[in-house]
Design a binder for this molecule. Structure first.
Ligand SMILES: *Cc1c(COP(=O)(O)O)cnc(C)c1O
Length: 422
């Protein structure tokens, strides 16, 4: 079941959108099918993947972690070494290239924490496309480093002031824009969810991760016992799992955000938590964290990328069928995993990816020692310094921030706008 059947994965998926969005979605579906059958498109994509993204990303054997954990051979897919620091660029480049082929000059995207917006802004800069990123006003304020990067890439960041002023509202605003400008504009959706054909498109562009893992393991004669990936909307996990889904093995394990505990509002556990239920939101049917009135519940996670109330329809279906196992990791376990792999392997996981790391630490002994446990490090942790520092070294960080504010307030050494332009 790699591909959806008419946009559905068992009961999940579909295309629950307003009439005005049907045509752009149908056109996108046809163009995508055509592009994926065109050797010239695939070759162009491959060259950009190699020269711009930096593929293939390494599959790293982690000797110290393997020894300490005392079970499976631990391997880490270093997806965080991709240009822009995470897997999101795989989808952004793929969709922007597709948009260009369709003759679109303008790209829009939604973003929560800013990672998908950043990847899309970079892809547009690379491919010469006009870029507008919709981002909730609350997120704009919280995620200034990513906003700054998007602006450097030349994107216009549009602060959304409706509703809760976060990701959900940014998606609505992007859909509205697309419905109004379908001929000039392509909407680059950021995860393997939303109305069909987005779950298929995003999975296909992310499946390069899994194909590389398969090839890298085959070349080295490594037998995979289990693969583990973190799961927000589900794009890195479904791309990592994709080439293995139709096989019985290996075990495929997706890790949700356990947040600070099991109660409603404390996590983002759609498959493993208490509040996950079937619903239809933002154009697709899947499992969501909903209240009794069917409204989206607040979610919580230390990792911005996993902090979302919905999950991709294919993963929901694979979870119910049992092909993909779901588990969760707490904020505290993710933080411990960041430390563990940094100290023992010299690899700094993003907080999202560290959820997969945390699950792997627990799982390693369940896998025979002659088999591999492959962790997808979906992103690297540089971006998280504003979140991890206040936890790991609060006083030093506070001093730093105070000193920075002072420095900026009497900044004589900082270039003003005029000298920047010269
Ligand atoms: C956005 C993000 C995620 C979560 O998104 P998925 O669609 O579930 O992959 C995971 N890891 C990193 C580094 C991210 O930026």
């Amino acid at each position: 079941m790699a591909q959806s059947t008419d946009g559905f994965f068992e009961q999940y998926g579909g295309k629950y959108v307003a009439e005005v969005l049907r045509r752009p979605l149908d056109e996108l579906q046809a163009a995508f099918k055509e592009a994926m059958a065109d050797p010239k498109f695939l070759e162009e994509l491959e060259v950009i993947q190699r020269d711009y993204i930096g593929r293939e990303t390494p599959l790293y054997f982690a000797p110290t972690a393997t020894k300490i954990l005392g079970g499976a051979q631990i391997y880490i897919k270093l997806e965080g070494l991709a240009n822009t620091g995470a897997h999101k660029i795989n989808n952004a480049i793929g969709q922007c290239l597709l948009a260009k082929r369709m003759g679109k000059k303008r790209i829009i995207a939604e973003t929560g924490a800013g990672q998908h917006g950043l990847a899309t802004a970079a892809a547009c800069a690379k491919l010469g496309l006009d870029c507008t990123v919709y981002m909730g006003e609350v997120d704009v304020r919280r995620q200034q480093p990513n906003v700054a990067a998007m602006e450097l890439y030349g994107a216009k960041v549009h602060a959304v002031t409706s509703g809760s002023r976060t990701l959900k509202d940014a998606v609505n605003e992007a859909m509205r824009d697309w419905a109004a400008n379908p001929d000039s504009t392509h909407y680059v959706l950021g995860s393997a969810l939303g109305p069909a054909p987005f779950p298929d498109i995003v999975r296909e562009f992310q499946s390069v991760i899994g194909r590389e893992v398969k090839k890298q393991c085959a070349e080295r004669g490594v037998k995979i016992g289990a693969m583990v990936a973190c799961c927000g909307g589900g794009s890195n996990s479904i791309g990592f799992f994709a080439p293995f889904i139709d096989q019985k093995e290996p075990r495929l394990i997706a890790v949700e955000a356990g947040g600070v505990g099991p109660n409603v509002g404390q996590n983002a556990a759609r498959m493993t938590g208490n509040a996950g239920r079937v619903g239809i939101m933002q154009g697709y049917k899947s499992r969501f964290l909903l209240d009794d009135d069917g409204q989206a519940l607040a979610t919580r996670s230390i990792s911005a990328g996993l902090d979302y109330c919905g999950i991709g329809p294919q993963l929901a279906a694979l979870g119910e069928k049992g092909r993909v196992e779901f588990t969760s990791a707490l904020d505290s376990e993710a933080l411990d995993a960041v430390k563990f792999f940094a100290k023992n392997e010299g690899i700094l996981f993003a907080l999202e990816s560290a959820h997969a790391g945390a699950a792997a630490i627990k799982l390693a002994r369940e896998i025979p020692s002659d088999q591999a446990l492959v962790i997808n490090m979906s992103g690297r942790g540089d971006k998280d310094v504003f979140i991890t520092s206040p936890v790991f070294r609060k006083d030093a960080w506070l001093n730093f921030l105070h000193a920075e504010i002072e420095r900026l307030e009497d900044a004589k050494d900082i270039h003003d706008a005029e000298s920047m332009e010269k």
